[in-house]
Design a protein. Sequence first.
Length: 134
Amino acid sequence: MTTVTLSDDGTMTKVSFPYDAEAVALLKDSVPGWDRRFDPATKSWVVGKAWRPKLTEALTRAGHQVRDAADPPPRPAHYSQGIGGFFGVDDEVEGFDIKGAAQAFVDSIPVAHRGKAFRAVAKLLYPDLYRGRR
C-alpha cells in the first residue's frame, strides 16, 4: 500500500503521497470538497486540519501507512538492532552510551575522509548489505 505523509501548517494539513487512485478516493470521501484542494506545484493535497483524524483513520483502515512529517523516517530493517546489536549488547548497557561513542568516532574523522571511512566500516558491519565499491 501507499505511504501517506501528513504535515500541519497552521489550520491546514498537507497530505503527500505518490499517486494512488484508492488513496485519492479515500481522501475525497473523507474530506468535503469545500475544505480540500490539490496543489499542483507540490503535487500534494491541502485539507482542513480538522479532517486529519478522519482521514488518518480511513487511510489506515484501508491498509495505507500514515506518518507525520515531523517524525523521523522509518529505519531500514537491517538497522533495527542499532549498532549495539551488532556487538551483542543493547544500545544502552550499564550506562555506556553507544550512540555518543559512535558520534565521537565520526567527529574524530576529518570531513574530507568521512565517506571513505563510512564505506570501510559499512563493509565490516553489513557485509551482506553493503553494495559500495569493493
